[in-house]
Design a protein. Structure first.
Length: 523
């Protein structure tokens, strides 16, 4: 591993951080920023996972960390999994950095940019004319060369393959950049230790003041008119709503078409997106947003959302799934006629998606009919209603993320979980938990208990350890000790083992990592 940067945090840097803050930070944000900055001041490269519940303020903390690097003369890069999220990060960062007395140079680089704009962006990055670079997988292309990359922030870490993360970390550079990976999916600590044992862990466990509690209700299809009445009333009061469906179109030959850009079906992802590790290993299904997919009976009742690892016909038995495109036309002509409706799904090209989201953010669309492409990162404070049809088909983490799209403003907000047909006991437990609590970490622990670690994320997680004896639920204390001991060994292997033992350990690790990831060198 190359040496990293030892960043200074003098008064000039602290003042730069203070200038961009739009509000007084929470105690959790102060604590987490302190942990990150302490890492950045050390010469060894930072490797840290920042996780927090929906709306806990991770992005502003990450932006402050990037300001530390920029004020020390380095570049910062933020990689997001989708163009919608990357563009939103770009617009939010530009707005926040306008508060500063310094003019920060921000560049957006995504796959949908035309060739001329891409070339201009790459030229600015190479010549050091970009302080902050925000983008998608386009950032890891070989043509993208940084002048002096000091920190890499990876948003929604679990939606990237391992090689993708390392490719950005290993861009040619004088020193190894610091790496901060973020996730808005709360992960139980035992699972985090197993999946991200190479990373130090920071947790934002406090929401900023002013967040309004979200009223969550489970409603059967028979009461649909009551639901649409709530939507119409909220629009009449000047607010907006989301209505989410699990599929883009209705069944064709009894198989519904899934949203290619959503967690439901990454196996058909757009061409500009690199396949995930799960795809390389021949696994079907859901990933990006909720990686590891259910493989057993629970997949049939939708424990991990819409997709099962096997295309089991039982998943799609009557009542048939309502689709986004069909319900867009139906609602426009019936229950929501007279309102301004928009339709968003993964098959639209990037420009269309951006136009629709901009219109929704500007209040030009009252109700956005969508698939789960809006699950992560979409921020519209005026939206006060989230309706999720076929809620029994979604996993807890996905439901919680969707609910997090509302309740971002001062208005009272609602999340309505609509269910159709017979609902399994496992689905009832998930929906009951959603109604009972808004604590993402509590829901994550319950999700782990209900489904087990192998199915936690939504498709078989690349890198999830195969335990023969250990149990993540039972052996938390042992995992904590194992992490401490392994960290001590890596820092000073000579004090912990003989030369022969070290050779055997490294050989075993290299064999395991190459088999799992196809890596020759992990850093």
């Amino acid at each position: 591993q190359r040496a990293g940067f030892a960043f200074e945090t003098n008064e000039k840097v602290r003042e730069a951080i203070r200038q961009i803050l739009p509000f007084h930070p929470t105690a959790a944000q102060k604590r987490v920023l302190g942990e990150i900055v302490a890492d950045m001041r050390r010469p060894a490269p930072m490797r840290r996972l920042l996780q927090g519940d929906v709306g806990s303020g991770k992005t502003i903390v990450a932006l402050q960390a990037m300001i530390v690097a920029i004020e020390n003369g380095c570049q910062a890069a933020l990689m997001a999994p989708t163009e919608i999220l990357a563009t939103q990060h770009y617009l939010a960062a530009r707005k926040l950095l306008e508060r500063s007395s310094r003019k920060y140079r921000i560049v957006l680089l995504t796959g949908s940019l035309d060739d001329d704009r891409k070339k201009l962006a790459r030229r600015r990055i190479f010549h050091g004319e970009a302080d902050l670079v925000i983008g998608t997988h386009a950032l890891i292309e070989e043509k993208v060369e940084f002048s002096n990359l000091g920190i890499v922030v990876v948003d929604e870490q679990h939606r990237f393959g391992v090689l993708q993360r390392f490719r950005l970390m290993k861009k040619p550079n004088a020193a190894e950049p610091d790496v901060l990976v973020m996730t808005a999916t709360p992960i139980p600590r035992t699972l985090a230790l197993s999946l991200y044992g190479d990373l130090d862990l920071s947790v934002l466990d406090e929401l900023p003041p002013g967040r309004t509690p979200i009223i969550t209700k489970q409603v059967p299809d028979e009461r649909a008119e009551d639901v649409w009445k709530v939507v119409r009333e909220q629009v009449r009061r000047g607010h907006q709503a989301y209505v989410v469906y699990p599929v883009i179109e209705g069944p064709k030959n009894d198989q519904p078409e899934l949203d290619f850009a959503s967690p439901e079906a990454e196996s058909n992802a757009p061409a500009d997106r690199e396949p995930t590790q799960a795809q390389r290993r021949g696994l079907n299904g859901a990933p990006d947003t909720n990686p590891p997919i259910a493989q057993k009976a629970r997949a049939k009742d939708g424990a991990l959302g819409v997709v099962a690892a096997k295309k089991s016909a039982s998943l799609f038995e009557k009542p048939s799934l309502k689709s986004a495109t069909e319900m867009y036309e139906s609602l426009k002509a019936t229950h929501l006629s007279g309102l301004r409706l928009g339709l968003l799904h993964g098959r639209l090209d990037a420009d269309e998606k951006e136009i629709i989201m901009r219109r929704f953010q500007r209040g030009e669309i009252d109700v956005l009919i969508s698939t789960t492409v809006i699950e992560v990162g979409v921020d519209v404070p005026n939206a006060s209603v989230m309706v999720i049809e076929h809620a029994e088909r979604f996993g807890l983490a996905q439901l919680h993320q969707l609910r997090g799209r509302v309740g971002r403003g001062a208005a009272k907000s609602y999340c309505i979980l609509m269910t159709g047909g017979k609902v399994s006991q496992a689905a009832e437990e998930r929906l009951g938990a959603m109604v009972r609590t808004q604590d993402g970490f509590e829901l994550a622990e319950l999700d782990l208990q209900l489904r087990g670690p192998g199915e936690f994320f939504g498709t078989r997680q690349a890198g999830l350890p195969d335990f023969r004896v250990a149990n993540l639920l039972r052996d938390r204390a042992l995992l904590e000790v194992a992490k401490q001991e392994s960290a001590r060994f890596v820092e000073n292997p000579g004090a912990e083992a003989s030369e022969d033992e070290k050779r055997r350990v490294w050989a075993r690790l290299r064999e395991a990592w190459q088999r799992r990831y196809g890596l020759v060198e992990a850093g």
